[in-house]
Design a protein around this ligand. Structure first.
Ligand SMILES: C[S@@+](CC[C@H](N)C(=O)[O-])C[C@H]1O[C@@H](n2cnc3c(N)ncnc32)[C@H](O)[C@@H]1O
Length: 228
């Protein structure tokens, strides 16, 4: 199936509301487990001086879990959609345990062209379901480099593009059978916009990031991980 772009930022209020209200807890929790495994693999420990960056954080589903799992580390959630961040900030204000989270509204393009500069490199950079939004994926890999220092660990999980629309519809029926229409449409659009493992391998090679590993994860995801 050919890649079909979807809008980068999720700004439509109905779309934001449907996404924020959906229950992605099973896959979100499995992402945290996977981060634990990768930190172990890379012999990396996170402490009170550590900074974790969650790129394309949306309403904060992963950001909040990172904060619960590593309560002494600082967490920075970045997203270009003010509507998504409004939900994230509202949720943060209701929980004292999220006090080490900061949210920043910023498009990846502004990081790449340095109109926004972050001073501190991250110990861990995470993204979930972001890469497929980008019309030019090189922005993603270039933005990462602005947060990277020796020892930075990465885990990026995203959908991977199925080979046909029938396969995409089968995945939607399996994983989002009863969701609101707006979420189903978004999911199908995301599957069509997603990359394949071999496309990501080409992206990594062209950015000099061949040391990162890419693999398929179950029937719908791909993962890119490793350290600098
Ligand atoms: C599918 S949501 C994922 C949200 C969150 N990571 C999660 O797993 O729940 C993708 C998010 O990436 C953000 N995004 C897409 N393109 C972006 C860009 N160029 N710069 C910053 N954020 C972007 C969207 O606004 C949206 O909130």
């Amino acid at each position: 199936m050919k890649r079909v772009l979807e809008p980068e930022l999720m700004q439509d209020l109905l779309q934001v509301q449907a996404y924020a209200e959906a229950d992605f807890s099973e896959s979100d929790n499995s992402l945290i487990k996977r981060i634990e495994e990768i930190l172990d693999l890379e012999s990396k420990q996170l402490g009170s001086k550590s900074l974790i960056v969650d790129l394309g954080c949306g309403p904060g589903n992963i950001t909040e879990r990172l904060s619960t799992r590593w309560p002494f580390s600082k967490i920075l959630g970045i997203d270009g959609s003010e509507a998504m961040l409004a939900v994230a900030r509202q949720r943060k204000n209701h929980r004292e345990t999220y006090s080490r989270i900061n949210y920043c509204c910023c498009d990846l393009g502004s990081i790449v062209n340095r109109s926004i500069v972050f001073e501190k490199a991250a110990d861990l950079i995470v993204s979930n379901s972001l890469l497929h939004h980008l019309h030019d994926p090189s922005y993603f890999w270039k933005a990462l480099q602005h947060f990277t220092a020796q020892g930075t660990v990465y885990l990026h999980r995203d959908l991977r593009r199925p080979s046909s629309m029938d396969e995409a519809i089968a995945l939607q029926k399996k994983y989002l059978p009863d969701a609101p229409k707006v979420l189903i449409n978004d999911y199908l659009a995301s599957l069509q916009a997603a990359f394949t493992v071999s496309e990501v391998e080409v992206q990594l090679e062209s950015q000099g990031l061949e040391h990162l590993r890419v693999c398929e994860n179950d029937d719908r995801y791909l993962e890119i991980f490793g350290s600098f």
